[in-house]
Design a protein around this ligand. Structure first.
Ligand SMILES: [Mg+2]
Length: 261
């Protein structure tokens, strides 16, 4: 690490400490922040947790989902044969408090080694618009399936979390955790239902072609399926983590010119 980047990391670490809760900030045991790689996620996580724009995007996604669901139900003979399949994390529930806690402690949260205790004891919030949309689907008689890569061996905790948040149709049968890949769990649902909407923040929530696939291929598939976004596939913003998080940025190939205005 260069001296310059070490200074930058130290500064970022200090910023992270100042953002932390008073209890964390006052804790003399917080490790030195000279090598705080996770601080790179600060801006993304701030956008995800604090921006009003993310709130607006989430409400926009659920508004579109409602329009599409209403149209599908109006055209269906038996709405109970229709299903919506939704992801959980960063689609229905907001886990940013865990990520912010870990970031404040310079703990690389996307190593996911603090996730299992959060599943058991954490208190995620609802994503804006999620509960209203799911209750609407429930009232229409549409089947809801929650397909998530939370730990199946901790399913009772996830069921308790979803029930506590007051979400509809939460049961052993309706919540399908990791497990087989999501594409296989969607096939279980489509064996006896017509899936009319998929909702998620990660592209493998929509199609197996996105799973463990390089970014360039993901982008090509996103473009090839352009008509599905906002129609059958409802995508949610997640700036906190994703398969893009280590991707190098591409800059303008021109010398920097600074002028006041
Ligand atoms: Mg998710």
């Amino acid at each position: 690490m260069t001296e310059k980047s070490a200074t930058r990391h130290l500064w970022l670490g200090l910023t992270v400490s100042l953002l932390a809760s008073p209890a964390v900030f006052a804790d003399a045991q917080v490790p030195a922040k000279e090598n705080c790689a996770v601080a790179e996620h600060t801006m993304g996580l701030r956008f995800q947790q604090q921006s009003a724009e993310v709130q607006a995007l989430q409400l926009q996604a659920y508004n579109i989902a409602t329009l599409k669901l209403d149209a599908a139900v109006a055209a269906a003979k038996d709405p109970s044969k229709l299903a919506i399949v939704t992801d959980l994390d960063e689609t229905v529930i907001d886990n940013s408090a865990l990520l912010a806690r870990d970031l404040a402690n310079c703990h690389t949260y996307d190593a996911w080694d603090t996730w299992l205790p959060w599943e058991r004891d954490g208190t995620p919030a609802l994503i804006p618009g999620a509960k209203k949309f799911l209750e609407h689907a429930d009232k229409l008689g549409v089947t809801i399936r929650y397909i998530s890569d939370r730990a199946d061996e901790q399913k009772k905790y996830t069921l308790a979390t979803l029930s506590k948040l007051g979400l509809p149709q939460v049961s052993e049968e309706s919540v399908l955790l990791l497990g087989p890949p999501k594409v296989e769990r969607r096939a279980i649902v489509s064996a006896d239902h017509q899936i009319v909407l998929l909702l998620g923040d990660t592209l493998h929530d929509f199609d197996g072609r996105f799973r463990k696939t390089p970014l360039a291929e993901q982008r090509a598939t996103v473009a090839a399926e352009a008509d599905k976004w906002g129609a059958e596939w409802i995508v949610f913003p997640n700036a906190g983590y994703g398969t893009w998080s280590k991707a190098p940025l591409q800059g303008w190939d021109a010398e920097t010119v600074i002028e006041k205005w």
